[in-house]
Design a protein around this ligand. Sequence first.
Ligand code: ADQ
Length: 471
Amino acid sequence: MSRLVVVSNRVADPRKTAAGGLAVALADVLNSTGGMWFGWSGKVIEAADGGKPGEARQHTQQAGPVKLVTLDLSREDHDAFYVGYSNGVLWPVFHYRLDLADFDAGYVAGYRRVNQLFARKLKPLLQPDDVVWVHDYHLIPLAAELRALGCGHRIGYFLHIPLPPSLIMAAIPGHDWLIRALFAYDLVGFQSRGDLRHFDRYVEAEAGAQRLGDDGRWRAFNRTVQACAFPIGIDVEEFQALTDAPEAREMFERMRKEYSRRKLLVGVDRLDYSKGLPQRLKAFRELLKSYPEHRDSATLIQIASPSREDVTAYTDILHELESLCGSINGNFGELDWMPVRYIHRTVARPRLPGLYRASRVGVVTPLRDGMNLVAKEFIAAQDPADPGVLVLSRFAGVAEQLPDALLVNPYDIEGTANAIHLALTMPVEERRVRHQSQMAVIKKYDVHWWCQSFLDTLAKAEAEVTGTPWL
Ligand code: ADQ
């Protein structure tokens, strides 16, 4: 069996749990297969301490069966590659937010420089039979840079965030370079069929690619790439075991006791403008306004973990949320009841399932999301005899898989408030039926299925050896 080499922007010790869908999913995979995980250490070297663009300090560490190799980036590279291009251009554009993108030419140069640096550092560590699996929007050109150095390895790529329609992609200056870079992979994976359709139209319209058969293969730039959808899942068994463990049980009991005569709603997100948090709070405010029977009862616990605080759009959303929570509590709160509990922190993972299970409604209403694992975790943590209801944005990748959730358009505040009302008043029989069908889906398409089906398809993909300079 070939060694698996995973490359992603951040590397987490697979023996520990961390917030962030990618880290959670990959830790599961690498622990079972062994191999190498390569990426940024999370550390930045200031120029005064010797940090130079295009250079990095490298660290190697053994974490059980997994070898972790990480690079410290210079301040200049970090600011252009990570803050600038990855999170200031690709993240907003791929989440349909052209208005938030900052197309500074220096950012793309830094993005390319760091991808070249990753390729240069990774190449000498590769063994001939290694299979390389590259993750996410930070590293789109990595395979192209590896090919330019003569790597003929099988290289797969998975995009964790949405891929927008071709006309939105085309707004990125130099986007044709991004398409060409995708063709350096042997397999490109997306979260949903919708994203895959966007890819198909994009490569056809913007690169004149030719479809080969009906298995997702496309030909352009003298290369063949296969593109398929692999919706990411969670480790359902592990999450259910976590739900039954003492920490989650204790959390569950505490919440049930404290809110014994009230109904809890829960939201758990990274604090990010793609997650639709202000819209969610407005929908909750609308619920209290239009359905007074939920006053002094329905309580929304919104956990929003700090994220990318060095990007301005994130501090803006933070202030908006604080002000909305304050005004809802000020207008609707009672001496002994606050409608919104907003917590700007990460909740320890072992306690999360207890919070999900104590909640009657899970509100997962992103404006755009590649998949959204919180929706799946919420379902997995429920008591099948008395399950909560998932109110889910139709714009999350997971909506394709969970048609039995209450699907909403998060921009439609009234519509979302109505759906929350429906969820709060749904009879137990209907809740059970919906929960059962959702459980069947998340069990079948769990994280092991995701990993195995991606790697099996990659193993069979038509690998082409090439030394062509790509970019
Ligand atoms: P994220 O945008 O980080 O991931 P998501 O899929 O919801 O979003 O994963 C978040 C993970 O972090 C979940 O396991 C959740 O429990 C945990 N988490 C989030 N906020 C937390 C908090 N406040 N406290 C504790 N834990 C918290 C990206 C894409 C998603 C895609 C994943 C995986 O944006 O669309 O589903 O990658 O591919």
